[in-house]
Design a protein around this ligand. Structure first.
Ligand SMILES: Nc1ncnc2c1ncn2[C@@H]1O[C@H](COP(=O)(O)OP(=O)(O)O)[C@@H](O)[C@H]1O
Ligand SMILES: [Mg+2]
Length: 326
């Protein structure tokens, strides 16, 4: 759906995009994540044919932004990070305006608008003034507006920014609904956790460069193995870290650690006072917990508590964006 290769854009001396390459398949929700100023909006504006790159290529639905801007505008819905001000317009008038701008045939407009109002849960607000809507509703109206010409690809720039938790959940379910309708979505955010749950893949961008592209799960695995404090499973691919508290003294913990350390499913193990920190290998499989508990019991250990260590989303994000994985 979207294929970007070596995309570069300068603003004067500033390198906003530095040979960016990424690929988004059909039916994906691609989370485009990076701190403010990373180059997210610039990328999306180029894809929406609102800004020209200096070099590199961007292909949307098989069409090149350099040569097929008109065709791309018909298949892409772009929602900017600021909606702009529309005083004295009702929700319905606002959508009528965009339906006309996108040359939706007059006879179809009513039906299309009612449909997008329903989808974005704004039917009841049809006659409300745009200015009077909550931030969450305004953002949903922004999505409604880009759906008017029935695009296949949606480029949504920070749709969840500034929303309270409830409005954020509503926005997420709307985006998931759009995916179910067969649309491909590229959604930006400077906050990873805003998007994590609903994305099929993510790309992390910083200073115009792509630091990571792939699944969220792989991003976590990468952070765990490469960026979490290196020991005990240093250098190996760590699937999960488990903190085991034992009913034992540290000599007993050390004895257990030695026993467990040789197992191929364990990437590393460290003993502390009445505790073990165990890194299971990424390929330890779904019954890794079961295996570990059994191994501890089998070696005479008494488990007080057993808990996977959570890798916090924002920590992972920070590790990734400081180039720790480069
Ligand atoms: N029209 C512009 N003129 C000059 N600099 C710009 C312009 N647009 C963006 N920039 C700069 O390019 C960089 C990337 O901006 P942007 O793509 O908006 O980042 P993001 O959306 O990730 O916050 C920033 O340093 C920003 O200040
Ligand atoms: Mg931006």
């Amino acid at each position: 759906m979207i294929e970007i290769t070596g995309l570069t854009k300068r603003f004067g001396k500033l390198m906003a995009l530095d040979s960016l390459s990424l690929s988004i398949g059909p039916g994906e929700i691609f989370g485009f994540i990076g701190p403010n100023g990373a180059g997210k909006s610039t990328t999306m504006k180029i894809l929406a044919c609102l800004l020209k790159q200096d070099s590199g290529e961007a292909i949307v639905c098989g069409k090149n932004v350099r040569t097929d801007a008109d065709a791309i505008r018909r298949v892409v819905g772009y929602m900017p990070d600021f909606l702009g001000v529309y005083d004295d317009l009702t929700v319905d008038e606002y959508l009528q305006f965009f339906a006309a701008a996108f040359e939706v045939p007059r006879a179809r407009r009513r039906a299309v608008i009612d449909q997008v109002l329903e989808l974005t849960d704004l039917t009841e607000k049809k006659h409300a003034m745009v200015d009077s809507l909550s931030r969450g509703m305004q953002q949903r109206l922004g999505v409604a507006r880009v759906l008017i010409h029935e695009p296949q690809v949606l480029l949504l720039d920070e749709p969840a920014s500034g929303l309270d938790p409830r409005a954020r959940i509503e926005m997420r379910s709307l985006l998931i609904e759009l995916r179910k309708m067969g649309k491909s979505l590229m959604v930006s955010s400077h906050i990873l956790s805003e998007l994590a749950e609903m994305c099929t893949s993510i790309g992390i961008i910083e200073r115009g460069k792509l630091l990571y592209a792939g699944s969220i799960e792989d991003a976590y695995a990468k952070v765990r193995s490469a960026a979490l404090d290196a020991q005990p499973g240093e250098g190996t691919s760590v699937g999960e870290r488990i903190e085991v508290v034992l009913q034992a003294d540290s000599a007993e913990a050390t004895r257990l650690a030695d026993k467990l350390g040789g197992d191929p499913r364990i990437a590393g193990v460290k003993a502390g006072p009445s505790r073990l920190t165990v890194d299971l290998r990424a390929d330890a499989g779904a019954d890794g917990h079961h295996f570990l508990i059994e191994a501890i019991l089998h070696n005479g250990g008494r488990i007080h508590s057993f808990a996977p260590v959570e890798v916090k989303l924002e920590d992972a994000f920070l590790k990734l964006t400081t180039g720790a994985l480069q």
